[in-house]
Design a protein around this ligand. Structure first.
Ligand SMILES: *[C@@H]1O[C@H](CO)[C@@H](O)[C@H](O)[C@H]1NC(C)=O
Ligand SMILES: *[C@@H]1O[C@H](CO)[C@@H](O)[C@H](O)[C@H]1NC(C)=O
Ligand SMILES: [Ca+2]
Length: 426
């Protein structure tokens, strides 16, 4: 018997201990126990399990035994062969065959070895490539795992409002700047007669000027076709980096502009689609209370390259054009509240809220037209309903960006404030 067979036979004996003759656990020895946990089997379950699978395991072992015997037989055959070859080799040595025979044999063996080496080299290259692939896959998997960890962490932290609202407050943005605020952004302000503070965007420059922004158009993202209540309360979004569109609200504009003996200057800033910027300033800007339909008044045009469209424009259609397109002294109109000087409803025709006359030469809450130029056909009903400043561009040209902002008038006239302010913005 070969040593291998001896070994396997021993193994076989170990695999069949006598205890396998009977069930490992009898049903009586079951210990139902909670310790195993609700989803783990009890010892009874373990016994049942072993009893159920024992016949199949026995069969496997029988088959295994057969296989081992076969291997044993084969090993024995191989051993016999080795013995036979050794005998014939020693016999061959004794008979000394011709050198030529050995040479040929060894040269074919060399060929085989060379072939073998070549295939080993090729295999090694393959293995190397696969290893590289494995490494890069590992790296990618690591990255993916890190990403998923990051995402998991992000998902665990609840949604937080990360918008920064500055802590300085005041009755307007100039007050905020006077109290030391140095950067533009969102601030709460509370005009003197306001019941509650409210949020505004303050544009604060390095000269200490603090503009309170009332209106912003940038990209057409907000629909300005709204009704009275929305224009009264305000709509759109205030953003800490001045990237969004909004109307602050007529009530807030009223409270701001009428709160003190120091009158305000309204600055209108305009950008066209060619990137040119112009502005127009109005002294003593005021918006009346709701009881007076948020009437707009100002004392005079203070200056600016955009021209004085607020005071009307002579379109050349009629001698009264300028008079009927002036906005000074006009009440605010919306589609649902007609306070204009026209037999029709300007705000409804133009889909906006504004200090309509009959109807306008300045119209900053108009419809947003990408690219600027539009026609009566684009407007749907032949009304010029774009974002218009007639003293700069025609009424069939809708401006790209606008803003309306106010500052106390003394900032424009004292301490070189006027120069500073004008220089900084344009
Ligand atoms: C192994 O060899 C013995 C004796 O030579 C024989 O009786 C037996 O059947 C063989 N077993 C197998 C599985 O071939
Ligand atoms: C803007 O709102 C008005 C009124 O709700 C609506 O009729 C109009 O289609 C809207 N315009 C756009 C561009 O969404
Ligand atoms: Ca009317």
């Amino acid at each position: 018997m070969s040593p291998l067979f001896l070994y396997t036979a021993t193994l076989y004996l170990f695999l069949l201990p006598s205890s396998w003759a009977q069930p490992l656990y009898s049903p009586e020895s079951c210990i139902p126990s909670d310790e195993f946990g609700s989803y783990c089997p009890t010892t009874c379950g373990v016994a049942d399990y072993l009893n159920r699978y024992k016949p199949a395991v026995d069969k496997y072992l029988d088959d295994f035994e057969d296989l081992l015997e076969q291997i044993g037989n084969l090993t024995k055959g191989a051993q016999d062969k080795v013995v036979y070859m050794r005998d014939s080799a020693s016999h061959g040595q004794k008979s000394t065959p011709p050198a030529d025979f050995y040479f040929r044999r060894s040269s074919t063996m060399l060929d085989d070895i060379l072939q073998f080496e070549k295939s080993i080299v090729a295999q090694e290259a393959n293995i190397y490539e696969l290893q590289q692939l494995l490494v890069s896959n590992d790296k990618r998997m690591l990255q993916a795992r890190q990403l998923s960890l990051q995402l998991e962490r992000q998902c665990k932290t609840s949604c937080q409002d990360t918008i920064q609202i500055h802590s300085t407050t005041g009755k307007d943005c100039q007050d905020v700047a006077n109290k030391g605020a140095k950067t533009s952004g969102l601030y709460f302000i509370k005009p003197l007669k306001a019941k509650e503070q409210f949020l505004v965007y303050c544009e604060i420059d390095s000269f200490g000027s603090g503009w309170t922004v009332l209106q912003r158009r940038r990209d057409g993202s907000i629909n300005f076709s709204k009704e009275w209540i929305q224009y009264r309360e305000g709509f759109g979004y205030l953003s800490p980096d001045d990237t969004s569109e909004f109307w602050l609200g007529n009530e807030k504009i009223h409270l701001l502009s009428t709160q003190s003996s120091i009158p305000y200057v309204l600055r209108i800033e305009l950008t066209d689609w060619e990137g040119h910027k112009k502005h127009a300033d109005y002294a003593m800007f005021r918006v009346g209370p709701e009881a007076d339909q948020y009437r707009l008044t100002y004392a005079y045009y203070y200056g600016g390259e955009a021209g004085d469209a607020f005071s009307g424009f002579d379109f050349g259609d009629d001698p009264s054009d300028k008079f009927f397109t002036s906005h000074n002294g006009m009440q605010f109109s919306t589609s649902d509240r007609d306070n204009d000087k026209y037999q029709g409803n300007c705000a409804q025709q133009d889909g906006s809220g504004w200090w309509m006359n009959r109807c306008h030469a300045a119209h900053l809450n108009g419809k947003y037209y990408q690219g600027g130029k539009y026609t009566a056909k684009d407007a749907g009903e032949q009304f010029d309903n774009g974002i218009i400043w007639a003293t700069w561009h025609s009424r069939w040209y809708s401006l790209k960006e606008t803003s309306m902002k106010i500052i106390p008038m003394n900032r424009m006239t004292t301490g070189g404030g006027q120069q500073a302010g004008v220089k900084l913005h344009f």
